[in-house]
Design a binder for this molecule. Sequence first.
Ligand code: C2O
Ligand code: CU
Length: 463
Amino acid sequence: SGTSEASAMAGMDSPPPTAGPEPKITPFAVRMPVPPTQRPVAVGDGMDVYHQTIRVVDEEMLPGLRTSVYTYGSGFVGPTIRARSGRPVIVRRTNRLPVRTNTHLHGGHVPADSDGHPMALMEPGESRTYCYPNEQPGATLWYHDHAHVLEAEGVYRGLHGFYLLESEDERYLGLPSGCYDIPIMLTDAHFDANGKMIFITDDGGGRKTLLANGRPQPYFPVAARRYRFRLLNGSNMRIFRLNLGGQVMTQIGSDGGLLPEPVEQTEFVLAPAERIEIVIDFARYRRGTKLVLADGDRPVLRFDVQWEEEDYSRVPDTLRPLPRLSDGPTDRQITFTSNLKEHKFFIDGKTYDANRIDAWVERNSTEIWRITNADAAGFQHSMHLHLVQFRVLDRDGAPPWPGESGLKDTVLVPPNTSVRIKIPFDGYRGVYVYHCHMLDHSAFGGMMAQFQVTDYLNESNER
Ligand code: C2O
Ligand code: CU
């Protein structure tokens, strides 16, 4: 386990990248793959069982070059697990990497022992069984590495995949489904001329190649009909500003699943780990049209409208009501700061300590947390809490951004702003983490903390 950790840690102090020239990338030269859907090894009485072997493989990400990636299956984007609300899934994972790992189901309402806490590790050669009850509404979740300090490099090198949860109510809405329901993982990478992925901490300038499902600026052939796209920002540090050249996209979902009603937008801000679900109706365009999804003005992916097709899908005016939340008496203030000289990022003045509980919360209570980014260095930070789906109440007292009014598990907190969120701590007891999802901050800068959900608050654990 030493090598990768050492190389990752070395990145903090080492001079800027000496990786040499980058490979030349021609946009729209390769087709975007759709990650394969994983088959269960057993379909039991009321549950599905999966096996995943976590290992190193070679993949042709850039045309003509081999890239060594970490994987949960066979490629840079792991296999998609499709699950149904109310039907548990069991995933047995075996670590065949040369380094420690573990797996977190991001956005999942999961018991603490299956959550993928950063200290619940699999050493090389070890296996672990994760149980996912799926007692939550349909949503675009994802699973990824969360081994303490190693997760930034692990996720960067490919330890991520989609976990698509579908609930009964969703089936009757008539949204595009089957091969018209496409997960897309957006990431960035720093390649050397031979196609090797370079990992250097806080390598904002180096991670220049934009990838959609692990391919550089690919194209994707579509029919002239509606598609549902589930976009995930799987990058460590990049904030995507996604647009379709001014064309309208219909947002139907956020991190925790469907919005109460669709929201039309021409641009989406997607911070690391956030998901949006959008519907694009290509029937509005003529055959032969090419539409570029861009991050600002840099192409990410091109949709090529290639053929006509019947379309019986629709986007209803109302999708799914949000669950009601009780009023909680507890208000907390969470503050982000930094010490740039030491390359530390703080939550309430502290870096992560796995032996410390930073917030005790009462099981089945609802709390309001006000998160303030007071980082004098002006960095973007985000807030992700394990276990829960929360609501964004306001941004500096103003309404949340459009499309942010649904269920969320990650929220961007720009410099010198505050965001208030309302969090239901339902169901499970135990220790969970909350952290900035700019993974280089949480892994190397210590920007992570822990809450413990308990049935009994007393003097020793009360705030
Ligand atoms: Cu997506 Cu604690 O992680
Ligand atoms: Cu951060």
